[in-house]
Design a protein around this ligand. Sequence first.
Ligand SMILES: [Zn+2]
Length: 404
Amino acid sequence: MTPFTYRCTDCGREYSREQVRYLCPECGKGYRPGIPLAGVLEAVFDYPRIHDSFRPEAPDWNLFCAVEAEFHPPMAVGNTPLVKVRRLGESLGLPGLWVKNDGLNPSGSLKDRASFLVAAEARRLGERRVVAASTGNAASALAVVCASAGLEALIFVPEKAPKGKLVQMVVAGATVVPVKGTYDDAFRLSLEYTAQRGGLNRNTAYHPLTLEGKKTAGLEIWAQLGFQVPDAVVVSVGDGVILGGVHKAFVDLKRAGLVDRLPRLIGVQAEKSDAIHRYVQTGVYRDAADPSTRADSISVVCPSNAHGARKAVLESKGLTLTVTDDEILDAQGLLARSTGIFTEPAGAAAMAGLVKLQKGEGRLSPDARVVVLATGHGLKDIESPLTRISIPAAVEPRMEAVNR
Ligand SMILES: [Zn+2]
């Protein structure tokens, strides 16, 4: 852990971690559920100290961490493989293509990284209960990490969350409250709960350490590429916190003088859940009225980190685009068949975006080093691919039947 202060991403005021928990007390004052968060805090570290202490030959990642290692849950998260996918890359005109397979985290998604750090913070603060709203993955992540840390997880999810994710939460001993409504309803209810009943709220971007946890995916990409900055990172976008977290990794590295540039961020949204895409395009924020998509993890009316995600895309000279559910399921199959990586629809959205980009005028340079983030495991939602494939009927156990 390196000493840090929280800085408001809107007004720039600074606070110690003992002074605030969630949003900037000034800018967050006007926040009400149903609008993008205002006053999101970012951790600003003692960068000269990181610069002087970091050694690539023996990297100490705790230097970039906002919670002391003694509070970390015993479960190991992150350190997922970065796979060079040469054949797929060449078919897209990008021989330098990698996939970061974050579906191989303990609960099967990148969200374990955020839950891990917030659970560590709960232990530091002496809180016994961590509360979250989630489309599914963040909640599964919280459930397993809390099980590891000996904490209680209380979870609000839309009742339509995929069964695989709900099962993970319940099996891991979480208290699950399915909500008749959307993710946004669950988000609001979880805030009301912590305001009235206490516990530490893990809602994405609302708790600043969710961004810090997700940052570790970006740090790993840098290390796994031999301490090189990729030219672009392609990320699927719902609330915009993974995108913000990956950006923060490279911002921290740059502030510490360990890299001299940022990768372009390519944010991919589902066609109907496109609030951040439109915000980047027009500069005007509007909700996604009907965010229905097969990619449940990125289905959101009002992305909590809309402002931060837009800022990150612009600062990195990146771009955003949208893809249809058909394109997402095509990309899911393509990725699985050509690399063996089975990612859920939200993870496949990033690959679908890259495929679309390479077919159009905005295609990336053939010598670009590009990383696609596969954010969740395909087994979390088997219903979606089942709309495309069928399981062959059983045969009699005789060779004639097999030959037929
Ligand atoms: Zn502020």
